[in-house]
Design a protein around this ligand. Structure first.
Ligand SMILES: Nc1ncnc2c1ncn2[C@@H]1O[C@H](COP(=O)(O)OP(=O)(O)OP(=O)(O)O)[C@@H](O)[C@H]1O
Length: 224
């Protein structure tokens, strides 16, 4: 899946009524199958950018094109459907459902968009993140690194073509960070998924094909 942003701007309204510019992106492109890490400091607009790309937040102006479909033109329900069917997410806090097993968490990730759960695919995903022997464990019975691996398996449950990862190793201890990053990279390659990862850590970013400082293409940060 290719992703392109053109002249995307987003301001927030501050409690005092002033506008707070967060994004002003003349152009950004992620090619099909590419893996890129965006690096930016806290408050630089990383989460806002991911929300704009996935259609959760509408920019004030500009275009977001995914495989040449202008998602910024879709109505909210259309953006929700597009996101559910085509985009996977990995979060800093894993957002697993505590009452369900690893296997059920992955199954639940797929049922919303596709209408039917593919049990064999869920099992295969958990096996490919090294958790074939932990299918019936609940999140509290898994280590933190294993929980993140379940979340990675779940993020690909709907066979998305773009994976957005927001600080995916922030809750994982340093020894496991590299393993998790490698795993995300490998599983995206294996399933032909484009990857956009955001992080505040330049060290994490260097592990990907392309490292892009947010300030390089977000003019708000250049003018700050
Ligand atoms: N709904 C909102 N209303 C007003 N201001 C907001 C809103 N959401 C975010 N902001 C502000 O916009 C800026 C960018 O926020 P954002 O969450 O995108 O940054 P970030 O780079 O993801 O930060 P962090 O790494 O700390 O999570 C911050 O200064 C934040 O305070």
């Amino acid at each position: 899946m290719s992703l392109e942003l053109k002249n995307v701007r987003k301001n927030y309204r501050e409690p005092n009524g002033h506008d707070l510019p967060v994004l002003d992106i003349p152009h950004f492109k992620l090619e099909t199958g590419e893996q890129a890490a965006l690096v930016g400091s806290s408050g630089g607009g990383k989460t806002t950018l991911l929300n704009v790309i996935s259609g959760i937040t509408k920019p004030d102006s500009g275009e977001v094109l995914i495989d040449d479909i202008e998602i910024t033109r879709l109505p909210e329900a259309g953006r929700d459907r597009f996101r559910a069917e085509r985009i996977g997410f990995v979060f800093q806090t894993f957002n697993l459902l505590p009452a369900f097993t690893a296997f059920e968490n992955v199954l639940l990730g797929m049922s919303f968009a596709r209408g039917k759960a593919d049990r064999a695919h869920a099992k295969q995903l958990l096996e490919s993140v090294g958790l074939g022997h932990r299918l019936t464990h609940k999140p509290a019975q898994l280590s933190v690194g294993e929980q993140q691996r379940v979340a990675i398996a779940r993020s690909l449950a709907n066979r998305p073509s773009l994976l957005l990862a927001d600080e995916p190793t922030a809750s994982v201890d340093p020894a496991n960070q590299e393993t998790i990053l490698k795993l995300i990279g490998e599983i995206c390659r294996e399933h032909n998924v484009s990857l956009l990862l955001v992080t505040h850590s330049p060290e994490i970013a260097t592990q990907f094909d392309r490292t892009i400082p947010l300030q390089e293409f977000n003019k708000v940060l250049q003018n700050a």
